[in-house]
Design a protein around this ligand. Structure first.
Ligand SMILES: [Mg+2]
Ligand SMILES: [Zn+2]
Length: 178
């Protein structure tokens, strides 16, 4: 099965230190929806794995998160793309869950849901914890420089084998070319 795992905030949409708390605050990064559409049209299933501790912090409800994702899916459909499923961690940093990145729990849930090995499955993120979770799950880590990505690169200590690309469109260029 052709599978790609994406982080959401800072990869697909603009990130915000104040969290994305409403559909209005969810704003696609330039070219990201078209990039996902190219993956979809090339037969890749695109799955999101996203920490959403704003739920645990009481900053927004699951209903609102669903509305945010409905907006994302609508805009993506208009661009010709599709997200197969969205996996989220609703917990906070002190909840001790197994799913909040850098833990690999969402990735192992994805592997179980799709009954696939994650070996060589590309996982794209903008934060160190995305890369760490990817590596822990056996995925191939890709860093985009959108969102927190430039800061992540500047701070160094990236996991061995991390591929670095400007943005999601550059990832797709590289991935579909390979
Ligand atoms: Mg992110
Ligand atoms: Zn969690």
């Amino acid at each position: 099965m052709k599978l790609v795992i994406l982080d959401r905030d800072g990869v697909i949409n603009q990130d915000s230190k104040a969290f994305i708390k409403s559909p209005a605050e969810w704003i696609a990064l330039p070219g990201s929806l078209e990039a996902i559409a190219r993956l979809s049209q090339a037969g890749w299933r695109v799955v999101i794995a996203s920490n959403q501790s704003g739920l645990s912090r009481g900053m927004f409800s699951m209903e609102t998160l669903n509305a945010i994702h409905a907006k994302m899916r609508t805009e993506l459909a208009q661009a010709g793309g599709h997200i197969d499923s969205v996996f989220i961690c609703p917990h906070g940093p002190d909840d001790g869950c197994a799913c909040r990145k850098p833990k690999p729990g969402m990735y192992t849930d994805i592997a179980r849901r799709y009954d696939v090995s994650l070996k060589d499955v590309p996982a794209v993120g903008d934060s160190l914890r995305d890369l760490q979770a990817s590596v822990a799950a056996g995925c191939a880590p890709w860093l985009v420089l959108t969102g927190n990505g430039q800061k992540t690169l500047d701070q160094g200590d990236l996991p061995a084998g991390t591929r670095i690309v400007k943005d999601l469109a550059a990832f797709v260029d590289s991935w579909l070319e390979a």
